[in-house]
Design a binder for this molecule. Structure first.
Ligand SMILES: *Cc1c(COP(=O)(O)O)cnc(C)c1O
Length: 400
């Protein structure tokens, strides 16, 4: 079977909820992937930052295999010997004192929203069913009905109502609007420290800190959705660490498993996660020993291979190089660490055709928000490899 055959089968039997580039990948290693025709590519998307540790990292795969042969799922009707250690190691790494494991990012966001609401009723004494959560325009936190209920993206919502009540939207990076939106019933403010799906939007320095201070003044929980920006992507362990703040809740997913298994978690302290009692919330697969073992190793790889530092250093290097391109198409190059967006002018006709041209040159990336190309390679990339990627990007941006 060739590329065309696979695409035909998928188009026929799979629902069309994505518009992928027409490359059929059959294997990967580090920053590289190979398609079914044997063509080799450099992956500059890293599965939306789930593969920060690189594809099929040998240490993570080894743990996955070993754990798969021992025990994969106990459900939380019983305990297992991996979850406690993941809880401890993730808390020690991040400076929080409690965590709650889930699987997908969206589930972890839902969990954080439930925790914030219950905290509002049981700690802040908000009247029953009156809790409000403030979010930002242009947000992305997943695809469940409650999460799309506060999306400002028309397509994410269209056809999926009725929506969950209790959310208010303020413009991203507008501290005054946040201040105005807060009422005595406000439970939490949910924010991405860098908006990934929104187009790699980097807030101005100081805004997160200002928003954090406003939340503290009003007894409102500050929730950072670090599912994409976290675990090294931004050049820090968490993107919020560019400011002097400590969110009440941090949500992680994606790279928590190095792309080897769906693992997500909500991090906080006893004062918040302590609101959950047995039976309040759960997930059959959440905290399973296979996912927990994989996540433990993924975190170790991130730290021991100094991937956060590599992201910081090489991100600066890559951004400087991209800024040196003189192209009539490029409106702005922005980023933190290896979390980079190249925004094109609308006259360029959309980022998709540039991604397709890059694919022909062996570089895989994906447009986000029509006019932005996101460059977010696995954090194991080297300087020489960035030089090579750049040598392919430059002519595409200059001549297409
Ligand atoms: C990807 C993402 C999510 C959702 O994660 P899923 O695993 O796809 O459910 C939530 N928030 C942010 C910021 C994300 O990038």
């Amino acid at each position: 079977m060739n590329t065309k055959d696979y695409i035909e089968i998928e188009e026929k039997f799979g629902a069309h909820n994505y518009h992928p580039l027409d490359v059929v990948i059959e294997k990967g290693k580090g920053i590289y992937v190979w398609d079914v025709e044997g063509n080799k590519y450099i992956d500059c998307l890293a599965a939306y930052s789930a593969v920060n540790q690189g594809h099929c990292h040998p240490r993570i795969v080894e743990v996955l295999k070993n754990q798969a042969e021992k025990i994969t799922l106990t459900s939380r009707a019983f305990r297992n010997d991996q979850l406690p250690l993941l809880c401890k190691e993730l808390c020690e790494l991040t400076g929080y004192s409690m965590m709650l494991p889930m699987n997908s990012g969206a589930e972890a966001v839902e969990t954080a929203l439930k925790a914030a609401r219950k905290w509002a009723y049981t700690v802040k004494n908000v009247p029953a069913n009156q809790a409000e959560i403030i979010v930002c325009s242009n947000n992305f936190s997943g695809r469940t009905i409650s999460i799309i209920s506060f999306s400002t993206e028309e397509q994410y919502k269209s056809g999926f109502g009725p929506f969950t009540a209790g959310f208010k939207v303020v413009p991203y990076c507008d501290a005054e609007a946040l201040r105005q939106a807060i009422t005595p019933n406000t439970a939490a403010f949910l924010v991405e420290p860098i908006q990934g799906e929104g187009g790699v939007i980097i807030p101005p320095d100081g805004w997160l800190k200002e928003a954090f201070d406003i939340c503290k003044q009003n007894n409102v929980l500050f929730i950072a959705d670090e599912i994409q920006s976290g675990l090294g992507r931004s050049g820090k362990l968490f993107a919020y660490q560019y400011e002097d703040i400590k969110p009440d809740i941090v949500i992680v997913g994606k790279a928590l498993s190095g792309g080897c298994y769906p693992v997500s978690a909500v991090l906080s302290d006893r004062s918040v996660l302590g609101v959950f009692n047995p039976g309040d919330h759960g997930s059959t697969f959440g905290g399973n020993p296979l996912g927990a073992a994989v996540a433990r190793e993924s975190l170790k790889v991130l730290i021991e291979e100094k991937l956060v530092e590599n992201s910081f250093e090489l991100g600066k290097y890559f951004i400087e190089k991209l800024k040196s391109i003189s192209s009539k198409h490029v409106k702005e190059v922005r980023g933190k660490g290896l979390f980079i967006g190249v925004e094109l002018f609308p006259e360029a006709g959309g980022a998709r055709k540039f991604c397709e041209a890059l694919m022909k040159r062996g570089i895989l990336c994906k447009e986000t928000h029509t006019h932005v190309i996101r460059f977010a390679p696995p954090l194991v990339i080297t300087k020489e490899e960035i030089d090579y990627v750049f040598s392919q990007i430059k002519p595409v941006l200059e001549t297409e």
